[in-house]
Design a protein around this ligand. Sequence first.
Ligand code: GDP
Ligand code: GDP
Length: 463
Amino acid sequence: MSFTLAIVGRPNVGKSTLFNRLVGKKLALVDDQPGVTRDLREGEARLADLRFTVIDTAGLEDATDDSLQGRMRRLTERAVEMADICLFMIDARAGVTPLDEMFADILRKKSANVVLAANKGEGAAADAGVIEAYNLGLGEPIRLSAEHGEGLNDLYVQLMPLADQFEAQAVQDTPETDVDLDEGDDDDEENYTVPVPTTAKPLQVAVVGRPNAGKSTLINQILGEERLLTGPEAGITRDAISLRMEWDGVPMRIFDTAGMRKKAKVQEKLEKLSVSDGLRAVKFAEVVVVLLDADIPFEQQDLRIADLAEREGRAVVVAVNKWDIEENKQEKLRDLKEAFTRLLPQLRGAPLITVSAKTGRGLDRLQQAIMRAHDVWNRRVPTAALNRWLVGMLEQHPPPAPQGKRIKLRYMTQAKTRPPGFVVMCSHPDKMPESYKRYLVNGLRQDFDMPGTPIRLTLRSQN
Ligand code: GDP
Ligand code: GDP
């Protein structure tokens, strides 16, 4: 069972470009003939493991007559009625326009499932537009670049829970229709109000690590049944990319990279495969669990994937597995913590949890660490509090004055979450030394209690 997604928005924001990217063919060839109304186009879209129908409402860009607005409105309303989910696109470079507000209005009135996308999001020129998009009151915008293919992983993260919801609805709907038709009761209208399942959005977790770290064993233990094949011989084939499960009552979707590797005869090929699978899983996850083997922790491959998770902006939890066979637990833990700080300074404050996938010990702490990391990753700091904080930070350590000109930091706001991203308006942003940015980032992390999440800080010049 899949769903239908309509891409709506004013002309020229990039709807067709995204449509083409999702459908994967040059199906939506740009029409050279002016004045041709292409109306609604449909295609079969793929985004990672999601398959859905996408409707493009581009087709009015050449219409210049007075009725443009009216036609656009009707077309959009029709698309909204056809679709399960609307992707409302704005142009982040242009910012929010009155026409965008009209679209937002339609979508709010239709109370559609809306995913907001700020397109043309590549580069700093889009920063202000992305911030403005929050004001549309349609939730957090996804920063996209349809042209460059950036932000598709964030789109996936937002679509996945909605897709789950439609799957659940489909299951609930089918038998009910039959019953009602047979009985011919007079409550017919009730049939059209689809019961909204109470399933919360599953938290998306990837378990990554080198072959034999114990990823499959860990997931089996969580599932509480031998659903995955495990064994000392690496290279067991499984098809699923992700599994839905409840872990202590919390709905989760776990991306299992071990299961994705194929039987490979050559060891080198196997290593390569598992690395690229790991990369893919990281992109789709909210929280990445880096699973280490206590015997051989922090190997090159572990460091690479942990660093990648940080650069991709995911929340990270480090879990040290096979703790059951460790003899000098205290000493070992001290060494591990020391190595962690030294080898992964970019993950400062991220939790390090010792577990045994085999016996299940420590898994409750791992679950809690995952939820907390997710929470921190989603944290939003109010603008007023941020600016009060900034004043204190500036007093404590005034910014440098390269060539006698003091850099002035004027104003600060949190532009995004998942992970937290902040924008500081200042003079001469290009002259700001990295050390002062680090001072601010570390201060944010400590004062607003955001351990173990990547924090992005952007300096923007204010004229
Ligand atoms: P539509 O009218 O909403 O369907 O918009 P199109 O997909 O036809 O795109 C309008 C223009 O924006 C084209 O010139 C695209 O190449 C350009 N465009 C689309 N996406 C992006 C993007 O992510 N970044 C930039 N810089 N340009 C884009
Ligand atoms: P994967 O390649 O990361 O999926 O690793 P597997 O889950 O297949 O585990 C590799 C081997 O390590 C198997 O022989 C498991 O039985 C063993 N193993 C996994 N977790 C533990 C653990 O917590 N303790 C011990 N002693 N062995 C484990």
